[in-house]
Design a protein around this ligand. Structure first.
Ligand code: ADE
Ligand code: ZN
Length: 349
């Protein structure tokens, strides 16, 4: 990472400053994964729910994961404090305040309705709380957003169909469906029919694939689910033909470096494949996944990955542009953001 230094006639801009000012979108963010321990305790108190931890430090100390399942066990437990519409609103607003400070202009956020409806929280409670937070963030912070409803893949396809039916009254406020939770053993093929039903309703399609699962799961997401984006996709790099296919189709990958580090998908950020993905012509984007659990929001993912991989300004600009061209924003909104990026780059020289 370059440091701000006096060079004679001007102060050089640090990479962190450059990144903060660069307009960017976040396309892979689980809103339940932005639940900070402080808010977890506050909501636990508000809702009379006991947590198996006494202090915020104790919670953070428990965030040592060896794999995805280790994380998911604690993530679902944490989400248990979310009960009322206000809780979902407060969760969303806490996230939007953090990410607005990182120069994020647009978010396509995942939510896991089954995590809540299976505990007796109404689908409408989740939706109304999140939508209220999203409207407030647009009004007060200038951050636009849309919702992607994720099906939990460790549950069955019938349960996903029930969730899709619950979403019916809200379809005009949901941009797409996704597939998350425990990957290995739950291939995309398990959800082919519910994804087809979602597509018939005009929804966009995304799926986690190749985070821990093999390249075959990425092929299935493409060929059986017909996704518009792949979430993660790291393990696609093991299959040359798959890389060629993803590059030829301009398929967006929503890559999450600090998540990959915390879940031991990579051993060291210096080994992260993001730079290699760009060099292979893959349309990668940079995202935070579950920032409260993985040690960094969008800005930290950008700055720490840029430092570890030595990303150039050109590569950073490509990543920012990919975050908008890979989004589900209307064409004119994308064009406006690309023009903003060009103006920003021209302005900082
Ligand atoms: N749910 C929340 N975060 C997830 C991740 N990184 N992978 C799969 N499911 C998730
Ligand atoms: Zn994810």
């Amino acid at each position: 990472m370059t440091r701000g230094c006096f060079t004679g006639d001007h102060i050089a801009m640090t990479d962190a400053d450059f990144i903060r000012g660069l307009p960017k979108a976040e396309l892979h963010l689980h809103i339940e994964g932005s639940l900070e321990p402080e808010l977890m305790f506050e909501l636990g108190r508000r809702n009379g729910i006991d947590l198996p931890f006494k202090t915020v430090d104790e919670v953070r100390a428990a965030y040592a994961f060896s794999n995805l399942q280790d994380f998911l066990d604690i993530y679902y437990q944490g989400a248990g404090v979310l009960i009322a519409e206000q809780d979902f609103h407060d969760l969303a607003m806490a996230y939007f305040r953090r990410v607005a400070a990182d120069g994020c202009k647009h978010v396509e956020l995942f939510f896991d309705p089954q995590t809540h409806t299976d505990r007796g929280v109404a689908f409408a409670t989740v939706m109304d709380g999140l939508l209220a937070g999203m409207a407030e963030a647009e009004r007060d912070l200038g951050v636009t957003s849309s919702l992607i409803l994720c099906f939990l893949r460790h549950l069955d396809e019938d349960a996903a169909f029930v969730t899709l039916a619950q979403a019916e009254p809200y379809l005009d406020r949901i941009s797409g469906v996704g597939l998350d939770s425990s990957e290995v053993g739950h291939p995309p093929s398990k959800f082919a029919r519910v994804f087809a039903a979602a597509k018939a309703k005009g929804l966009k399609l995304v799926a986690h694939a190749g985070e821990e699962g093999p390249p075959a799961y990425v092929w299935e997401a493409l060929d059986l689910l017909h996704v518009d984006r792949i979430d993660h996709g790291n393990r696609a790099l093991e299959d040359e033909a798959l890389v060629k296919r993803l590059a030829a189709e301009g398929m967006t990958l929503t890559v999450c470096p600090l998540s990959n580090l915390k879940l031991c998908v990579v051993e060291d950020l210096k080994d992260h494949p993001l730079k290699r993905m760009l060099a292979l012509g893959l349309k990668a984007t940079l995202n935070s996944d579950d920032p409260a659990y993985f040690g960094g929001y969008l800005g930290a993912n950008w700055t720490e990955t840029a430092a570890a991989l030595g990303l150039s300004r050109g590569e950073l600009v490509t990543l920012a542009k990919n975050s908008f061209t890979g989004s589900f924003l209307p064409r004119e909104a994308v064009a406006a953001r690309l023009a903003e990026i060009d103006a920003y780059v021209a302005g900082v020289g």
